[in-house]
Structures are given as structure tokens and as C-alpha cells.
Design a protein around this ligand. Structure first.
Ligand code: 0PR
Length: 378
């Protein structure tokens, strides 16, 4: 740090320069985030200094958090769910498993997650000292129930199901996982970080939430398909016991205890999430999901025309395309045409997320560039 500070205009100039080299969202088909809704940005800025880590100083912000938790609990079919606004899917998953570990009395606990689980579960293994057993997938890239059953032993404390897998956008068979969990007296955490703001608004109905009796917790992220600002996630628990098991006393704060992972906790994303939920309502979210699914279907039918086929019929706005030399295709698309796509791990395919910042025109141009790329790399 220099001894003397700079003038504001110089700082703004610097910031503009830095912002210019960020890619942002233009031609970005690899991200599960999108531009926050303008109302979320407004709310975020209004509450930029709010810290609900010391919630007694910010009762207004705190009441917005309660409203968000109640609204999302209702959306996921449990009027009595408990939870809080986290920094995203990783924190939500950590907290769900931390609570489960605290409740269970195993000295050497393990959990069973699908092979398709997000890498946040590898962090959980390391942080919480829980063994992570990975169940294989079936040919539609859902978790294979036989594999799950085989992995259960007397140290297993929980199963994890994914509603909207990071790579395939697939939904695990949550009702069957619930039956296995109940039969074996295991907790069942659902990672709906991506799918939580998609599945309830799809035309086709999938049962993945608290309606399923064995489901004990669900993560869903307002900063993905929820149009809120980063960092906002939500963890919901079926009942209060789970939250109680995360409680830490905070003797010198305005509140007696905390159950969040972080201490100081921004209220800005709480306000942003509150505002965008109020603004869009279920109707607004349904329209966005309908738009993303329209783009998804447009991409799939365009791909068919150039003899490129999806690995699975897309369930949500995640498309996995089978191409030869996927890494080279990805690199060429970026270097030659400026498109950002990613690659799935197993099998290696192109992964494309049709987020609301993508336009119809983008999809058309992408298909043209994809055809030229595949032709060039033949
Ligand atoms: N669970 C699932 C199913 C996820 O897809 C993700 C993130 C997480 C948990 C973790 O959420 P946080 O990253 O909020 O902690 N999925 C995306 C991914 O890893 C996140 C992402 C978003 C990555 C934007 C890149 C990007 O540009 O692919």
C-alpha cells in the first residue's frame, strides 16, 4: 500500500480497466451464474453495510431472511423448515453434513454421494473428517441405487441425492433414495443448488423436495437460477433439530447464538434475495425457466441438424453434447470464436448451460461456430 492515497477519478479509471478484462457473461455458456436481476442489485446496494452476523443490530435484514426462508420452505413443500442464507452451495452442503455429523454418534462416519456430486463434497470430507463413498451412475447418469445399497455399512450416516447435477443437469431418483434412507435409518441431504430454482418451475413435474418423507435437508442457490447477487445460497432443514445442532454461543453479540458457518455475514444478499423473490413471484421464475428450456430445445434441435447428439435428453437447461476431441473443440471455440463452454469429466463431452443471459441469437451463432469447429478438427 502506498503512503498517499489516490484520487477517486483515478481509482475509477483503474477499476474500469480491470472490469474490461473480466469476461462477464457475453458468450459464456459454461456458468451456472447469471446477471443478477436489477431489483436484486438495487436491494444489495441498499443493504451493503448490513451484517446479520450480529442480527440484533439489523432486525430489518433479519426479518427479510426469515421471509426468504419461509417462502422457499413453502416452495419446497415444508411449512416448518428451518434454515438460513449461506454463501452458496458449498457452505449449504457443508452445514447440512456438519449438522448430520453432530447428530449422529458414529466415530468414523461415512456418507454416500453419487459420482456426479459437486466437488464441494470433497471439501466436506477433508473439513469434517467424513469418508465420502462415491456411488456409480446408471446409463442415464442418475445415481445407481444398487451401488448405493452396496456401499452402506454400519458407519454410514447419510445419503446425498442431487437434484440438478452440475455436469448433466440430471435428477437422482430421490424417492428411491428416500426409501433406502428410511429403511437404513440414514439422513438424506438433497443438493439442489442448481435445480432448486429450476425444477419447481418446469412443465414436467419431478418430486425431489420435502414431500419425499426421507429428505432431511435441501440446498438451493439464489445466486444461480434465483437471479440474486453473489454470494447467496440457502440451506433448509426439515425441522429445528438440525439447526440446533449447528448452534454456537456468541456471548458478546446482540444475539445469544449463531448457526451460520461464517461470523460476520452480509445482509446485502439477504435483501437481494428477498427483493427478487418478491418481484418475480412464481410466475416470473416460471417465465425464465420456460425461456431457458426454449433455448435448450433450440440448441438440441440445431445440434441434431449438424449430427451432434446429446448424451441424455436434457432435464433442465444443461446440455451435454457428444463430440470427438471435446477438449480441442472447447479450446478452438474459445480461441477462434470467443465462446466459453466446459467439459464433463466422465465421459468427456461439451457441457453447455443455457442461462437467462443467453439469447436466441447466441444459440444460432454458437451452432454455426460449433459446426465449423467440428468440421475443422475432423
Ligand atoms: N452443488 C451443485 C450441484 C453445484 O452445481 C454447485 C456449483 C455447488 C453445489 C457449489 O455451489 P457454490 O459454487 O455456490 O458454492 N456449481 C457450479 C460449478 O462448480 C458453480 C459455478 C458457477 C462454476 C459459475 C463456475 C461458474 O462460472 O460448475
Amino acid at each position: 500500500m502506498k503512503h498517499k492515497g489516490l484520487e477517486e477519478s483515478n481509482i475509477i479509471k483503474l477499476l474500469k480497466q480491470k472490469k474490461k478484462s473480466d469476461i462477464g457473461f457475453n458468450k459464456v455458456l459454461s456458468t451456472m451464474c447469471t446477471k443478477p436481476h436489477p431489483i436484486a442489485i438495487k436491494a444489495h446496494l441498499m443493504f451493503i453495510e448490513s451484517n446479520i452476523g450480529d442480527s440484533g443490530l439489523f432486525p430489518g435484514t433479519s426479518s427479510m431472511e426469515n421471509t426468504v426462508i419461509t417462502s422457499l420452505s413453502q416452495l419446497l413443500n415444508n411449512k416448518n423448515a428451518y434454515g438460513y442464507i449461506t454463501t452458496g452451495g458449498t457452505e449449504s452442503n457443508i452445514q447440512a453434513l456438519r449438522s448430520i455429523k453432530n447428530i449422529s454418534d458414529s466415530t468414523n462416519p461415512n456418507i454416500i454421494v453419487p459420482e456426479s456430486a459437486h466437488f464441494s463434497f470433497d471439501k466436506i470430507s477433508n473439513l469434517l473428517d467424513i469418508e465420502i463413498k462415491k456411488a456409480s451412475l446408471d446409463n442415464s447418469f442418475k445415481v445407481d441405487l444398487k451401488s448405493v445399497k452396496k456401499l452402506i455399512d454400519h458407519n454410514t450416516i447419510a445419503l446425498v441425492g442431487i437434484a440438478g447435477t452440475t455436469e448433466f443437469g440430471q435428477i437422482d431418483p430421490i424417492e428411491s433414495l428416500s426409501e433406502i434412507a428410511i429403511k437404513n435409518k440414514l439422513f438424506l441431504h438433497i443438493d439442489a443448488a442448481f435445480g432448486g430454482f429450476v425444477i419447481p418451475f418446469l412443465d414436467k413435474k419431478y418430486i425431489f423436495d420435502f414431500l419425499v418423507p426421507g429428505v432431511t435437508s435441501i440446498s438451493l442457490d439464489p445466486h444461480k437460477m434465483g437471479f440474486s447477487t453473489i454470494p447467496s445460497g440457502v440451506i433448509l432443514f426439515r425441522n429445528k433439530m438440525f439447526l440446533d445442532n449447528l448452534e454456537t454461543s456468541t456471548p458478546y453479540l446482540t444475539s445469544k447464538s449463531q448457526y451460520s458457518l461464517t461470523g460476520t455475514r452480509t445482509g446485502a444478499t439477504v435483501a437481494a434475495t428477498f427483493a427478487v423473490l418478491k418481484y418475480l413471484g412464481q410466475e416470473g421464475y416460471s417465465k425464465y425457466v420456460e425461456y431457458c428450456m426454449y433455448l435448450t430445445n433450440k440448441l438440441i434441435s440445431g445440434a441434431h441438424k449438424i449430427q451432434i447428439y446429446p448424451l441424455i435428453d436434457p432435464v433442465m437447461n444443461v446440455v451435454v453434447l457428444q463430440v470427438n476431441k471435446p477438449e480441442e473443440v472447447r479450446n478452438y471455440l474459445r480461441e477462434k470464436y470467443g465462446w466459453y463452454v466446459s467439459i464433463t469429466r466422465n465421459p468427456k463431452c461439451l457441457r453447455i448451460i443455457l442461462m437467462p443471459h443467453i439469447t436466441e441469437n447466441d444459440v444460432e451463432h454458437f451452432l454455426i461456430d460449433l459446426e465449423k469447429t467440428v468440421e475443422y478438427l475432423k
